[in-house]
Design a protein around this ligand. Sequence first.
Ligand SMILES: [Fe+2]
Length: 189
Amino acid sequence: MDIKRKDALELFNKWIDSDSLIKHCLAVEGAMRGCAEHFGEDPEEWGVCGLLHDIDFQKYPQEEHLEHGPKILEEAGYPEYFIDAVKGHGDFTNTPRDTNMAKSLYAVDQLASFIIAVALVRPTKLEGMKYKSVKKKVKDKAFAKAVDRDEMQRGAEELGIEFSELVMIVVKALQKREEELNAQGQSLF
Ligand SMILES: [Fe+2]
């Protein structure tokens, strides 16, 4: 199957219309594009993985999250490694993360939204963002409390990228993505 954003968006729109979830998925998409570039893989395909990773989350936000997503993706024709990456972002599915796609998704799921949250409290948003702005907020336990700091660190470790480097890969990817989205009248914010 040729994985294209246009088709992915159609599926996405069938399942997700919550503004906050749309924003989260767009951020994870942008971050996954950056990871794909880092590994010399296809940004569109990896981006789609980020876009669709929470496909069942709006309808099944609690225990059933990721019980339905894989089936939805399978029916839409997505390949096994792609579906395994999606499953792998939930520790509770016990799906081994044995590809860079799966490891990247796990590593950026929370990190992408965390970086957007950091950008939101900066006057220049993502522009000129350095690792130290993010680091400061990681240490500030009152900031974006719901984000599991250990999980973010673990994600980078599994991926074999220093946390600071991964942060900047994602920051740069989100900067680029924001420009691209702005050109289409959309935004990560
Ligand atoms: Fe997510």
